[in-house]
Design a protein around this ligand. Structure first.
Ligand SMILES: [Mg+2]
Length: 198
């Protein structure tokens, strides 16, 4: 970064599928209910599943998971890794999690990242995310990448975190402002080394 007075880079950090392994927990719960043995790999789209789960079931599982069973959701990075990002940038959570799950989300954050305090910005549609003034987004969702390609602002960047549901399109080949990262941890390292190079 350029000098002490330079504006801090604003980072919008997605939760489901980026900071949190919530899809894994949803599939686990679905398997318990149906005595199935599905895997996350079957979630090949955010809206059309190859496993026999409906959008309504998925949304219901997602809601109750964050509201009542957030302990089952594993974080994608350690507090130490997230702290590196928070120390270097102005990081906010930017999430489509329903506001009604806010208490669960805050409890999950307090449990997994007790020494990190981040504001939460809720969006109704994931497609809003590229237009909210963030310099950098970390996200896993195809709709975010689709919309990002339409954003004219040159300065913005998207780190697309590898997930089974975002691999159909090679976004990173369509824009030099999109970097594909095989995990959030790799994405954070990539951004931080870029900022250090200035
Ligand atoms: Mg997500």
């Amino acid at each position: 970064m350029k000098g002490k007075n330079a504006r801090r880079v604003r980072v919008g950090l997605d939760v489901d599928g980026t900071l949190a392994y919530s899809q894994e927990a949803i599939v686990d719960e679905y398997n318990l209910r149906t005595k199935g043995s599905h895997t996350k790999e079957e979630l090949d789209s955010h809206t059309g599943w190859s496993m026999p789960i409906t959008d309504e079931e998925f949304s219901e599982l997602h809601y109750t998971l964050w509201k009542d069973n957030w302990e089952r959701i594993r974080p994608a990075v350690s507090e130490r890794t997230l702290k590196k990002l928070v120390d270097a940038c102005d990081v906010r959570l930017l999430t489509g999690i329903p506001r009604g799950c806010g208490d669960g989300l805050r409890s999950w954050l307090g449990s997994n990242f007790p020494n990190i305090d981040m504001e939460i910005e809720y969006v109704i549609s994931l497609r809003e995310k590229p237009y909210l003034g963030y310099d950098v987004l970390f996200d896993d969702a195809e709709p975010v990448a689709d919309e990002f390609l339409k954003v004219p602002a040159k300065g913005t960047r998207l780190y697309l975190i590898d997930q089974p549901w975002n691999k159909r399109r090679r976004y990173e080949e369509e824009s030099d402002r999109i970097t594909r990262a095989r995990s959030l941890s790799h994405g954070i390292d990539s951004l931080l080394s870029e900022l250090q190079r200035g």
